[in-house]
Design a binder for this molecule. Structure first.
Ligand code: G3I
Length: 302
């Protein structure tokens, strides 16, 4: 196949991009999205601050625009993200105890319920671990204790039983203390029947990232019994060094049966959250980069 999405689909995978609804009116942006990708995720539009700016008052305008675009173009939608310590609306930040617990489960019910049946996989909880493998001391952790992640997954399962439910994090690009902590949580959830289906590996990388255990890490999670997804891939750098990192990640995914897709965190370098790092597959002028060719070649070989 001669597109990323088409090539990924040959082995039953998706190839997606993080999208901002306000850019869909830009012809090159929409054309590149529609031609190359078969999955989308909202870069910001489905986060808590965007979807519930006031308690109990939901705003789905940006998310609905993205889901409609996806459905009109035969794309899957990843949901990002139901619960995160960042980008919480102001009203959440001062809540304590059971009031925060209720706000969290109401938020999950409201958002996952609104999109019920239309999301392939949800990032239910995002970035809840520290680099040393312990729990991040967020307001959620401090107010609700260790059980909050499990409570979030149970609430998401109740709201949208057909979506795959993922835990998502960064700096988990190999076997390390942080991925060990997440691994132990997933093992525990599966043993106790807590509904978790997948782990997202954000994969914000650069040309000096050490990927020596990247594939082995995906494999150990898959062997536990969850799907794995590359959820926010971008690689700071350029030329063949950048292409090599993209190649390594794509090879790892296609080597693991339960790696069901790759999402890059944007389409064009022009709008990357990483500023001048030029981390994506299309340059500022939407021209395909060397990294694009590497990814396409690997997907076609799977
Ligand atoms: O929408 C406002 C706009 O009205 C205002 O004029 C402008 C001025 O700063 O800010 C705009 O909001 C910004 C938003 O991006 C949209 O551009 C926020 O300030 C900014 O904080 C926000 O950054 C996002 C960041 O998450 C927030 O933490 C990035 O776009 C987004 O790429 C990034 O994505 C995260 C994932 O969700 C989780 N993993 C890491 C990844 C990268 O940080």
């Amino acid at each position: 196949a001669d597109t990323l999405g088409g090539a990924a689909a040959q082995s039953g995978r998706y190839f997606g991009a993080a999208i901002a609804p306000n850019f869909l009116g830009e012809t090159q942006y929409a054309d590149t999205l529609n031609a190359e990708f078969n999955s989308i995720v909202a870069e910001n539009a489905m986060k808590w601050d965007a979807t519930e700016p006031n308690r109990g008052q939901f705003n789905f305008s940006g998310g609905d625009t993205l889901v409609a675009h996806a459905e009109a173009n035969g794309m899957e939608v990843r949901g990002h993200t139901l619960v995160w310590h960042a980008q919480q609306p102001g009203w959440v930040q001062g809540l304590t105890g059971d009031d925060l617990r209720q706000a969290m489960t109401d938020h999950i019910a409201g958002v996952a319920g609104h999109y019920q049946g239309r999301i392939s996989s949800w990032d239910v909880v995002n970035e809840a671990f520290e680099e040393d493998g312990s729990r991040r001391q967020s307001n959620l952790q401090q107010q609700l204790g260790d059980g909050w992640i499990e409570e979030a997954f149970r609430a998401a399962d109740a709201a949208d039983p057909d979506a795959r439910l993922c835990y998502n994090d960064y700096n988990t690009d190999g076997i390390n203390a942080k991925s060990d902590g997440i691994y132990a949580m997933v093992e525990d959830f599966l043993a106790r029947g807590v509904p978790i289906d997948c782990v997202g590996f954000q994969s914000h990388l650069s040309t000096d990232s050490n990927l020596s255990t990247y594939q082995a890490n995906l494999e150990r999670f898959a062997a536990l019994g969850v799907d794995v997804e590359i959820t926010e891939l971008d690689v700071g750098g350029s030329g063949s060094a950048q292409a090599d990192v993209y190649r390594t990640v794509t090879e790892a995914c296609v080597a693991v049966d339960r790696c069901n897709g790759i999402t890059t965190w944007g389409i064009t370098d022009k709008y990357s959250w990483r500023g001048d790092d030029t981390p994506l597959l299309f340059d500022d002028a939407y021209q395909k980069k060397e990294a694009y060719d590497a990814v396409l070649e690997v997907l076609n070989s799977a």
